[in-house]
Design a protein around this ligand. Structure first.
Ligand code: SDX
Length: 397
């Protein structure tokens, strides 16, 4: 039994850990953050409210939210010496490679003041990570296009700051007085960050927890989570979906690619489809599909890839293979369409996922660190190698 629910997945499962943060019912397509349905949080909340909820377990009061947002904003600035760290990357380094490296380097900046036995120190680590992630993320993009870094501004919200740091014509010594931030983009980003904020024991969160269980530096643990998220089977799927849709190109090519996805001898997978846990619609995909319409209309864009994605989903959901194997669109299937409409480059899509998931990663880290009885993560294995045998000298081999 988990703390708040009796979880019966229909098979004998050895729960690898207990948590009070997120609950998923994969068969029913239910996702709750601290007991609140994702649909209600998506409709009513700001991402900062959800980050507070994940970290502290309750929705904030107005005053608590203001204090939290002010602290996150204050911690969003980077140490100036970090800029030289970016100079070491070639301009065409993948943004996720830069993110892993720069976030990992934070463990070199903050190791001395780290007293992990002090809850306040841990809380500061968590808010520092949430604050700095968008600044580092935007800097990876600015480095890749050879533009000066833009600093976070005190009077902008979390999502406004990210978009400004990405696309503003400003530079450190010039604030663009006419910086325009599209409210449609801010609203869409806020929603996507909420939907991607946490998802129970997914691969990247489990990686953070496993690293943290050894007492490793928290920034190094988050860097490990970023590395795990990068894979196309996990957070890298949103980038892979756009590449897949671009490769399919037109609706008449859909049957060919569905056949490839069903062919056991073909490594091709329908990216953005299927899930380890959801054997029903991923509730996040349903919300994101609806948002695609709103964003494309709001940004006055129509994207043929969105039409193609809708046709691909319709075709797959009528196919026996996908029906029998309970393969539905997941969170990654439509998110890339929205990021593309916001002019986010494809190679930044998984970086966007990492910004949002930082709230979940640090919340799980805080939960673990608050429980001194947490054992070191040490999965057991099913040994399938040779039985014991004696050494044979090389002359006799
Ligand atoms: C995320 O864990 C999380 O919560 C992750 C995440 C989060 O928020 O952190 O939700 C984010 O990572 C979403 C998933 C993004 N990945 C993709 O979209 C990549 C494409 N999807 C697949 O690679 C796959 O669906 C996985 C990796 C997500 C799950 O793979 P599993 O565990 O093999 O899925 P399954 O057991 O349900 O598969 C059942 C069958 C298998 O075939 P058989 O062995 O029964 O013959 O369906 C097949 C699978 O091979 N299958 C697919 C498929 N996904 C599963 N066949 C074709 N296309 C697919 N996409």
């Amino acid at each position: 039994d988990f703390d708040c629910f009796t979880y019966d997945p229909g098979f004998t499962a050895t729960a690898s850990c207990k948590s009070n943060i997120t609950f998923i019912d994969g068969d029913a397509g239910i996702l709750l953050y601290r007991g609140y349905p994702i649909e209600q949080l998506a409709e009513h909340c700001d991402f900062m409210e959800v980050a507070f909820l994940l970290m502290y377990g309750e929705l904030p009061t107005k005053q608590e939210l203001e204090t939290f947002c002010d602290e996150i904003n204050r911690r969003s600035i980077l140490d100036e010496s970090l800029r030289s760290f970016f100079e070491g990357f070639h301009y065409d380094a993948h943004p996720m490679a830069m993110l892993v490296g720069v976030v990992g380097s934070l463990s070199a900046f903050y190791h001395s003041e780290l007293n992990m036995k002090d809850p306040e120190h841990r809380r500061i680590c968590a808010t520092r990570m949430i604050g700095k992630m968008p600044t580092i993320a935007a800097a990876t993009y600015r480095h890749s296009v050879g533009k000066p870094f833009v600093y976070p501004l005190v009077d902008l919200s979390y999502c406004e700051n990210f978009l400004n740091m990405m696309f503003s014509r400003s530079s450190p010594n010039y604030i663009d007085p006419n910086h325009y931030i599209d409210p449609c983009a801010v609203k869409a980003l806020n929603l996507l960050f909420i939907l991607h904020a946490d998802h129970e024991q997914n691969a990247s969160t489990s990686t953070v927890r496993l690293a943290a269980s050894t007492g490793a530096n928290p920034y190094a643990c988050i860097a490990a989570g970023i590395a795990a998220l990068w894979g196309p089977a996990h957070g890298g799927a949103n980038e892979a979906v756009l590449s897949m849709l671009t490769e399919i190109g037109t609706v008449d090519k859909i049957p060919e690619y569905i056949a490839k996805a069903k062919d056991k001898n073909d490594p091709f997978r329908l990216m953005g489809f299927g899930h380890r846990v959801y054997k029903n619609f991923d509730p996040r995909a349903t919300i994101i599909r609806k948002t695609c319409y709103q964003v494309l209309e709001g940004c006055n864009k129509n994207d043929p890839l969105f039409e193609l994605a809708l046709a691909l989903e319709e075709y797959a959901l009528k196919d026996d293979y996908f029906i029998e194997k309970k393969l539905y669109p997941n969170v990654d299937f439509y998110s890339g369409i929205i990021y593309k409409a916001l002019n986010i480059p494809v190679d930044m899509f998984t970086v966007m996922f990492a910004i949002a998931r930082t709230a979940g990663w640090v919340s799980h880290w805080l939960e673990m660190m608050a429980d001194p009885s947490t054992p070191i993560g040490r999965p057991r294995q099913l040994y399938q190698g040779p039985g014991q045998r004696n050494f044979v000298p090389i002359e006799s081999r």
